[in-house]
Design a protein around this ligand. Structure first.
Ligand code: UD1
Ligand code: CA
Length: 477
């Protein structure tokens, strides 16, 4: 039995007060719709159709990671109309069940959807919906059951009588519907309601009217929190805080120290080994992996970074799309840009920027450097202020440095250029040509000296030979 999925995401989300489509607002570092798609993907649906409308192009771009197809709903005439648009992208020959879900319900879990599918199949239902019981059922659609407890219909709050409004069982908006039933029921929808919209919810009464052949079920879920929709920025921030707290709790239970969980922001995809210690104000975004015993002192922004065991990240590290090998020491104040690969036992010190830089084991750059488009061997020391001159205004060029080199302070390497192994680069050298193994290389300017020059300079400025006039003037300022 196969499953297809339709995710409704055409609405603007007026209460967000945003130019951006609601489903593009981010939760845990990704557009909220990504979470809805991941949850739906647990049922292995084929195809997954996303109904887009408001900012359709942007939404399509944001979820390009998925194998989803898109259906454009323009104008947006209600959830039934949206489902009809989505169904149009599912092949006519498809005969399984169609999952219908919302792009703005990011808290739903794969486990719940799997349990829902199992119940739907076990009961032999043609149409199932997930309902929940709420103390305050607010403005949700109400699930109306007959005397025998069987689901009769869904009534929207705006169309409900006082007696119906008193019902606490509400429609969450998740459905599993036999494809043939869905096709025929959607064709019968009419916009004769308070909002003049095509209500997807009306398919429940339509199916019921056909009698026992179209079995309808409401599966009562136990955790209402999973069905929280996002309608405002406040709800977005609250859900963000809940997701973060859950991630942190799980990590602490697994043996990770969070010095202050309230200001530690870790994505759900991150894998953090036991005995890591994470200081305050740390953001770990996307697919990061931290090996055992990694220490992050505080104030760090890490996105898609793999960090080997026992590394120490000192205050102020920014690292993106890179690999930091075991027992490396990074920072304070280091910027590791995309494509940085440190083999292990490296040291990247303060005010060092790396980009597409591969450093061999034990190689160090401790102070004030830019290493871009560079490959450096093992056990090389990159002195203070060393710069790879990688960009000529049009193209980027490679710098290659071998093993066991001493690259003196304030060296510029004008790429493309290659320095062999066991090379000693004198400080202040500008390297423009290949240097062979074992050499000393230097490009010192001759040092010149003019004795007594300073006193004359001061005199020309009306100062005394020891500069005391100017110094006393400075004190008056
Ligand atoms: C809907 C249900 C209601 C249920 C509630 C749960 C209907 C008629 N009502 O109401 O029973 O209790 O969800 O949250 O279905 N969308 C489109 N195109 C449209 C309209 C909506 O893609 O033309 C999308 C929205 O982007 C949103 C979802 O469908 O993701 C739900 O739409 P919304 O207008 O919020 O439905 P509710 O009024 O909340
Ligand atoms: Ca809603």
């Amino acid at each position: 039995m196969s499953v297809a999925a339709i995710i409704l995401a055409a609405g603007k989300g007026t209460r967000m007060r945003s130019k951006r489509a609601k489903v593009l607002h981010e939760l845990g570092g990704e557009p909220m719709i990504a979470r809805a798609i991941r949850a739906a993907a647990a049922l292995e649906p084929e195809p997954i159709v996303i109904v887009v409308g408001h900012q359709a192009r942007e939404v399509e771009a944001a979820v390009s990671f998925s194998r989803a197809r898109f259906a454009l709903q323009e104008p947006q005439r209600g959830t039934g109309d949206a489902a009809r648009c989505g169904l149009g992208r599912i092949p006519m020959g498809f005969t399984g069940d169609v999952l219908i879900a919302y792009g703005d319900m990011p808290a739903i879990t794969p486990a719940t959807l799997r349990a829902f599918l199992e119940a739907h199949r076990k009961r032999g239902a043609k149409l199932s919906l997930i309902s929940i019981i709420l103390d305050d059922p607010a403005a949700y659609g109400r699930v109306i059951r007959d005397g025998g407890g069987k689901v009769e219909k869904i009534v929207e709050f705006r169309d409900a009588s006082p007696a119906e409004r008193a019902i606490k069982e509400i429609n969450t908006g998740f459905y599993l519907v036999d494809a043939a039933l869905l096709r025929s029921a959607l064709a019968e929808l009419k916009p004769g309601n308070a909002q003049g919209e095509y209500y997807l919810t009306d398919i429940v009464a339509i199916a019921r009217a056909r009698g026992e052949s179209e079995k309808v079920e409401a599966w009562v879920a136990t955790d209402p929190a999973e069905f929280a929709g996002i309608n405002s920025r406040e709800e977005l921030a609250n859900m963000e805080a809940e997701i973060r707290a859950a991630v942190n709790r799980k990590l602490m239970q697994s043996g990770v120290t969070l010095v202050d969980p309230a200001c530690t922001y870790i994505s759900e995809q991150a894998e953090i080994a036991p005995d890591c210690v994470i200081g305050p104000n740390v953001q770990i975004i996307g697919m990061c992996k931290l090996g055992e015993g990694v220490r992050i002192d505080g104030t760090a922004w890490l996105s898609n970074v793999t960090i080997g065991p026992r590394c120490h990240l000192k205050l102020g590290v920014r690292a993106e799309d890179c690999v930091i090998g075991e027992e490396s020491e990074i920072g304070p104040f280091a910027n590791l840009r995309a494509g940085t690969e440190l083999a292990g036992h490296n040291r990247i010190g303060n005010f060092v920027e790396t980009k597409k830089a591969r450093l061999g084991r034990g190689t160090k750059a401790s102070h004030l450097s830019y290493l871009g488009d560079a490959t450096i061997g093992a056990d090389t020391n990159v002195g203070c202020g060393v710069i790879t001159v990688n960009y000529d205004g049009y193209d980027k060029h490679q710098t290659v440095i071998g093993d066991r080199c001493m690259v003196g302070c304030d060296t510029q390497l004008v790429a493309p250029v290659k320095v062999g192994s066991d090379v000693f680069v004198a400080s202040g050298t500008t390297i423009v040509r290949e240097v062979s193994d074992g050499s000393l290389v230097m490009s010192h300017h001759p040092q010149r000296e003019k004795a007594g020059w300073m006193a004359a300079w001061r005199k020309r400025h009306g100062d005394s030979p020891d500069g005391s006039l100017r110094r006393s003037k400075d004190h008056q300022d």
